[in-house]
Design a protein around this ligand. Structure first.
Ligand code: SF4
Length: 405
């Protein structure tokens, strides 16, 4: 968006890319808009992203907002040219709203970007949208149906990113494991990962963002477990440890399948760490059901948890189900976070005393393949993005302490 706005000659504008995943995310977006207006009184305030896509009128009604554009429109050069040519803020009272039906979007562009400045990791979007309709989730209404970036385009992009000096690429998407269904020949995510590893030898580390455990194909399993260039870290879209809640969420895996997947991967590659998203206090969740989410942390061997207190999103089936009182939702989220912190600390403690390869990030930090974050005490001179061998000497909270070996 920055590049498109610059190319269109749009000046003095603030673009706010909103998230709709929870009510809290929408509240934060509105807060940021008000804050941006106070900080930049003469600037044009443009709002986009999933919250804008799903509730354009709510944002258009804010006096601070000059334009609302949809998730598809925000990546189209002509939209930015139109914004650049629109009357200056103050010359017109009308808020521009350009948000089309996202469900009609059938293709996703490969966003060819040459690099991500001085960020250690580069992100490569290979898929967008989702054909599933989990009962709690607003995302498909913000992103539309599933569509994939062709393999050749993704490979080309990865080559450009590595040529720009990025050692690590993170593959991203809304529902990555549905990759390829819409493409000719229906290549799987495993086939894409294989093509990237085989055709981009300069790529030192390939990381997958969140995957749906129920949809990991055989080739992907082979690459995760058998190719050391795939980062030993997998983030599962788990959501609950209880089968009845998973069913009410319309998820496609059971508790047992998730645990078996973690065990099978670890049996083949014992350095893999696992993360997971878990929702606390989904409607109808009893204390016994919640206990199943707590104990799956140990049973599956999860180290990194993203805990979401359930947030009823208007328009989703779960918002109409019998709700768990807010105080209990919050209390369960806190208990999950405490248990998750214990699991993470126990895992990090097993790494102390080892030497590991890490990629330098900003602020004297580095990241291991298994996603552990390291404070590097003698890393001031190491370039961001450089690969370093680190001696891990201690743990401090959620961080490891290390020094360049
Ligand atoms: S698969 Fe993920 S993005 Fe799709 S509806 Fe379910 S939670 Fe939402």
């Amino acid at each position: 968006m920055r590049r498109l706005a610059g190319a269109a000659g749009l000046k003095d504008a603030v673009v706010i890319n909103t998230c709709a995943v929870t009510n809290e995310a929408v509240r934060t977006a509105r807060q940021n808009i008000r804050r941006a207006r106070r900080a930049r009184p003469g600037a044009r305030i443009i709002v986009t992203g999933c919250a804008a896509q799903t509730a354009p009128d709510d944002f258009a009604a804010m006096s601070e907002v000059d334009a609302v554009i949809g998730n598809h429109e925000k990546l189209m050069p002509r939209e930015w040219r139109a914004l650049a040519q629109a009357p200056a803020p103050g010359d017109s009272d009308a808020t521009t709203v350009r948000v089309n039906d996202i469900m009609s979007v059938r293709e996703t562009a490969g966003h060819l970007i040459d690099g991500y400045g001085d960020r250690a990791r580069a992100f490569l979007q290979i898929q967008n949208g989702c054909d599933h309709r989990c009962t709690f989730c607003i995302i498909p209404f913000g992103r539309g149906n599933s569509r994939s970036v062709p393999v050749s385009v993704a490979v080309e992009q990865a080559k450009r990113l590595t040529a720009a000096g990025h050692h690590e690429i993170v593959l991203t998407g809304v529902d990555m494991t549905s990759y390829g269904c819409d493409l000719e020949g229906a290549p799987t995510l495993g086939a894409l990962v294989a093509a990237l590893l085989d055709q981009v030898p300069a790529l030192a580390r390939l990381r997958l963002s969140s995957v749906d455990g129920a949809e990991i194909d055989a080739e992907l399993f082979e690459r995760i477990t058998g190719d050391s260039r795939v980062a030993p870290y997998l983030h599962l879209s788990l959501q609950s440890g209880d089968n009845m809640i998973l069913k009410r969420m319309k998820r496609r895996h059971t508790r047992e399948q998730a645990i078996e997947l973690c065990h099978n991967i670890r049996a083949r590659r014992d350095d893999v760490a696992f993360g997971a998203d878990i929702i606390a206090g989904f409607p109808t969740e009893s204390e016994a059901m919640f206990a199943r989410s707590l104990d799956i942390i140990n049973e599956a061997g999860l180290q990194y948890l993203h805990v979401f207190p359930f947030s009823p999103r208007q328009g989703t089936p779960a918002a109409l189900m019998p709700q768990v009182p807010r105080a209990i939702v919050k209390e369960r989220a806190a208990r999950l976070r405490t248990k998750a912190a214990d699991a993470l600390h126990g895992f990090l403690d097993t790494l102390v005393g080892r030497e590991e390869l890490a990629i330098m990030e900003s602020g004297g930090r580095a990241r291991l393949g298994n996603f552990a974050s390291v404070k590097v005490i003698n890393g001031e001179t190491a370039a961001i993005g450089a690969a370093c061998q680190l001696r891990l000497t201690a743990r401090a909270g959620d961080l490891l302490i290390g020094e360049v070996a």
